[in-house]
Design a protein around this ligand. Structure first.
Ligand SMILES: N[C@@H](CCC(=O)N[C@@H](CS)C(=O)NCC(=O)O)C(=O)O
Length: 234
């Protein structure tokens, strides 16, 4: 059994998609990050970085329980465990390259673009432009790669496609104000729509719907999500 520590945000969404695609049995454990539950000692024992997603696999290697944190590590762990969505062995270098491109570039720049356009104080134009344009540059790199290809790696659906789906789903926030945010990136848009039409996506979108996650953005939320804005050391 897999315990899946979840909040309805982009990085957990990728893992929800994998679990649904692979039809793995799992238990969803809500972590309400707006209430600061990611900082609880019990959760930090599972993810010392205090973020979602994380999983505990009670049937890990050798039948022993293991924890895995960080969405890319979880995708790779589950793909290797099940032998699914890894692509062809000869494409492994390509798979790792694109997974890390998303994990270290497209994802974080998208996240910061959202932060500076929706959460940060107004007037920080340099930061808004820096992060939004870097996110868009990563969109362009992947868009160019996808010209003439059905998927990111080879011609098969892999965890790289799942990983980017989680972030492209937030393109309207990354490219705030754009009417059709993926329109300038037609190959990326096609990939997003291909993945988004899969039945497992509907199931992944339903994960956590029965839980009433906090939606208000009050002082508790800001302190929970952005603790480094409130330094404890002078
Ligand atoms: N590199 C990590 C990033 C995880 C991450 O930033 N998760 C966000 C949700 S998408 C989160 O937990 N935010 C709450 C917080 O930062 O306290 C991953 O890919 O899993």
């Amino acid at each position: 059994m897999i315990r899946f520590y979840f909040h309805p945000t982009p990085n957990p969404a990728k893992v929800a998609l994998f679990l649904e695609e692979a039809e793995l049995p799992y238990e969803t454990i809500p972590v309400d990050t707006s209430k600061g539950e990611q900082h609880a000692a019990a959760f930090r024992a599972i993810n010392p970085n205090g973020k979602v997603p994380a999983i505990v696999d009670t049937q890990g290697p050798g039948g022993k329980e293991v924890r895995v944190f960080d969405s890319t590590a979880i995708l790779l762990y589950l793909a290797e465990k099940t032998g699914k969505f890894l692509g062809a062995p000869e494409e492994r270098a390509e798979l790792l390259s694109w997974l890390l491109f998303i994990a270290s570039g497209l994802g974080p720049f998208s996240g910061q673009a959202v932060h500076f356009q929706f959460a940060a104080p107004e007037g920080l134009d340099y930061a808004v432009n820096r992060y939004r344009r870097e996110a868009e540059r990563h969109y362009q790199v992947l868009n160019d790669h996808l010209a003439g290809r059905s998927h990111i790696v080879g011609e098969t659906y892999t965890i790289a496609d799942m990983s980017v789906w989680g972030w492209l789903d937030r393109a309207s926030r990354v490219r705030k104000g754009a009417e059709d945010p993926l329109a300038p990136f037609p190959h990326l848009k096609r990939l997003f729509e291909t993945v988004d039409a899969r039945p497992a996506v509907a199931a992944a979108r339903a994960v956590g719907k029965d839980y009433d996650f906090k939606k208000t953005n009050d002082e508790e939320t800001k302190r929970a999500l952005f603790p480094s804005n409130y330094p404890s050391v002078a």
